[in-house]
Design a protein around this ligand. Structure first.
Ligand code: FAD
Length: 403
């Protein structure tokens, strides 16, 4: 009987398992993951789980019965150290080996760490896993002085959750605006103002020099010489793709494991999906490594289809979301390289959309509490549409008429 082995038990793995079975794959499926848990959702870790509004049971993507019914051999809490492509075997901790016919690498990413003095203090945390979220939760109490290093989505979501729990939150961001890597100044300024209104202090152009501590407490020293005292700190400065297994196996990697449009690596029996993979985007005509649940799930479906003999190129429009306070952001596409920006709606009501155009083509939209704009934009971006900017801006023009 043939065997598919999936390394990494996250979002992509869960979807690959259900897709393989849905598509009629009858062979063995093995799931090997270094965390001791069945695949669970990471997005709530900075949101509802941190707020204590969802339990571990609610984090699981599927319950244990689903994996049992699919006949999945589960090896959780186990790490794969090496892939031998000649013998088609994986080397695990404890000197165990597992053979495969097809291998799916779904190893995700890990938090980028801060290479500064004092970053090994126990009060300094990262957020990637449920265990990390539990540590942050433990540290959050009314009055806790929480320092967040990095004004990206994860840092800002943690800030929103922490302030709701009565913490005193300061975010330091090295750039001159938050979310600089992913959005326009309009949206960055909107978030800065929302966080300010909610009581979070955001310090921009603030680069961390080191952490220090003594009997009186802990503090961060900025390059400017300013100091910020804290009880707990969370560093959210991005992630690093887990490509070491692929590299060791001699597979090409560059900002992720290089795959083709079917999520296949240079080895026809090895696929890479989700945050760890770097794929050719047909929509943007360049390579992308995305960090989002929809991408992990879409790529998993593509790899499962390919294993089942159906070659369906991965060509989904990237999309993301972020929840902070009462503000739901839904982003379609990637705005880098836009040359025109159109705003529709009312920022003061926390309900508006920003459309990004490049040479007249809609390449991305940030929809804030605007689900209709999000839905229509998904179709417009996929269609490589060139909508009229004046109509986009005009709230009296129903967006669906632009389709
Ligand atoms: C706090 C937080 C909030 C987020 N919020 C959002 C959001 O709002 N919207 C959104 O779209 N995305 C969000 N994301 C990103 C999203 O969670 C990821 O895009 C998604 O988890 C990617 O799935 P994956 O299966 O590729 O990898 P992962 O879910 O990271 O799973 C990979 C697994 O592989 C394991 N692994 C790695 N190497 C090995 C090995 N050698 N042996 C065994 N196991 C190994 C890892 O430990 C991990 O368990 C968030 C992420 C975090 C951390």
């Amino acid at each position: 009987m043939s065997r598919v082995v999936i390394v990494g038990a996250g979002h992509a793995a869960a979807e690959a398992i259900s897709s393989l079975r849905k598509k009629g794959y009858e062979g063995e499926i093995w799931l090997i993951g270094d965390e001791p848990l069945l695949p669970y959702q990471r997005p709530p870790l900075s949101k509802k789980y941190l707020l204590g509004e969802v339990s571990l049971q609610q984090l699981y993507i599927k319950g244990p019965d689903t994996y049992d019914a699919a006949g999945v051999v589960q090896m959780l809490g186990r790490t794969v150290h090496a892939v031998n492509r000649q013998t088609k075997q994986l080397a695990l901790d404890g000197d165990e080996t597992v053979s495969y016919d097809k291998l799916i690498l779904a190893t995700g990413t890990r938090a980028r760490t801060l290479p500064v003095e004092g970053s090994d203090l126990p009060q300094i945390m990262y957020l990637r896993t449920k265990q990390d979220a539990d540590s942050i939760k433990m540290a959050l109490r009314t009055g806790t002085r929480l320092l967040i290093v990095g004004g990206g989505y994860i840092g800002l979501e943690i800030a929103a959750s922490a302030i709701k729990q009565g913490a005193a939150v300061t975010v330091i961001e090295a750039m001159d605006r938050v979310l600089q890597r992913v959005t326009s100044p309009v949206v960055s300024e909107f978030y800065q103002s929302v966080h300010h209104q909610e009581g979070v202090e955001i310090r921009l152009s603030a680069t961390l020099h080191k952490f220090a501590s003594d009997d009186s407490g802990n503090w961060a020293v900025l390059q400017s010489g300013d100091t910020i005292g804290f009880d707990a700190a969370v560093v959210g400065i991005g992630v690093i793709p887990n490509v070491e297994l692929a590299e060791q196996a001699g597979l090409p990697c560059e900002n992720g494991i290089i795959v083709d449009e079917f999520c296949k690596t240079a080895d026809p029996d090895i696929y890479a999906v989700g945050d760890c993979s770097n794929h050719p985007s047909l929509i943007y005509d360049r390579r992308l490594r995305l960090e989002s649940v929809p991408n992990a799930m879409g790529q998993a479906r593509t790899a499962a289809a390919s294993i089942c003999g159906e070659q369906e190129p991965y060509d989904e429009v990237p999309w993301f979301w972020s929840d902070q306070y009462d503000v739901k952001l839904q982003t379609v596409g990637l705005c880098q390289g836009y040359d025109e920006l159109v705003v529709r709606g009312d920022q003061s009501k926390r309900k508006f959309a920003v459309f990004y155009l490049q040479a007249g083509r809609l390449i991305a939209t940030d929809a804030i509490n605007s689900p209709a704009e999000f839905m229509v934009s998904k179709k417009l971006v996929a269609a490589r549409a060139h909508p009229d900017p004046e109509q986009l801006a005009n709230p009296d023009v129903a967006l669906k008429t632009l389709l």
